[in-house]
Design a protein around this ligand. Structure first.
Ligand code: MEV
Length: 314
């Protein structure tokens, strides 16, 4: 039996601007997607603990898993791309997630990449991280229509990464970071919708291009602070990045309230990913107090560590 872990991804700096040619800084975390592959005489996919609601039609003895259509679209496409690459494999694939889907932590990229990696190993091939990143991006493009290569590259390669989307380029940074907290807020809109709205806004308001430029400049400064291990600087830039994302229209009052309440106990914080809820990233000064704030606000949260490796057998 093969078991693969594909890590989730936090966006440290630069999301949205990455779509317009600026670099972004992202990192893999110790939570993500597990995919097992066990050879059998037919192809079966099982999911464990991936939330979905069921609608049951008793007369037809038929059930539908609501909200899972896209999840299955990633699975279908990843299996088809894998079969094209490595031939037919008949196996039971079991997918487990320790992050909720659709929160902006790259779970869809991790599902696609995790299946591709597990499939290749089951077929007796150990696909390298860069080929995996390319194939994973192909799956995301087919399912979503638009997607930057940031999430699939990060979950394939792992570590703290500086990524340019177009043309694609990647630099792995040799830095150490302390654990972060991620709060998970209910998401209003999908990544695809939010990215499209930001694009429309930039088209309408000429001066909004300055926001993208400012985020690009901030990413370069954050790169230097990461290399220096300067948490005060990183925290300050996280706040700045959050306000700039607010200017793009993707930060709402829930995030502002959370950051205000946590302010005495964190270096900084920001939305991580497309925004409108989803993951809010907090760099803690006092972890216990951050947990108290998150609990008192009733948020689901996780303490996450940054990891070094991308999707790999475990
Ligand atoms: C989403 O996680 C990050 C965005 O920059 C979109 C993308 O890079 O594809 C908002």
């Amino acid at each position: 039996m093969v078991k693969v872990f594909a890590p989730g991804v936090i966006k440290l700096f630069g999301e949205h601007a990455v779509v317009y040619g600026k670099p972004a800084l992202a990192a893999t975390i110790d939570r993500g997607i597990y995919v097992e592959c066990e050879k059998e005489d037919k192809l079966i996919v099982e999911t464990v603990g991936v939330p979905s609601s069921l609608r049951y039609f008793p007369a037809e003895k038929r059930a539908e898993a609501l909200g899972s259509e896209r999840f299955f679209a990633y699975i279908d496409t990843a299996l088809r791309v894998a079969e094209e690459q490595w031939g037919s494999v008949r196996a039971r694939f079991t997918i487990k997630s320790d992050l909720p889907p659709g929160i902006g932590a790259a779970t869809s990229a991790a599902v696609s990449v995790g299946i591709l990696k597990a499939y290749s190993l089951c077929a007796g091939v150990d696909v390298d991280a860069y080929s995996l990143a390319k194939l994973g991006h192909r799956v995301e493009l087919e399912v979503q229509g638009i997607a930057s290569p940031m999430d699939t590259a990060a979950t394939s390669i792992g570590g703290v990464l500086k990524i340019w989307a177009n043309p694609f380029r990647l630099e792995k940074l040799n830095v150490r970071l302390p654990p972060f907290y991620i709060a998970v807020l209910p998401r209003i809109g999908t990544t695809r919708e939010i990215v499209a709205e930001v694009k429309a806004f930039l088209g309408r308001r000429r001066s909004a291009a300055n926001i993208i430029e400012a985020i690009g400049g901030l990413v370069e400064e954050a790169h230097a602070c990461l290399l220096a291990g300067d948490l005060e600087c990183l925290g300050e830039l996280m706040y700045m990045n959050n306000w700039l994302l607010g200017a793009l229209g993707v930060v709402d009052g829930r995030v502002v309230t959370l950051l205000e309440m946590a302010r005495p106990f964190i270096y900084g914080g920001k939305v991580s990913g497309a925004g409108r809820g989803g993951v809010v990233l907090l760099l803690p000064r006092e972890g216990a107090m951050v947990e108290r704030v998150l609990s008192s606000l009733g948020h689901v949260y996780h303490r996450v560590s940054i990891t070094e490796t991308g999707a790999a057998a475990v």
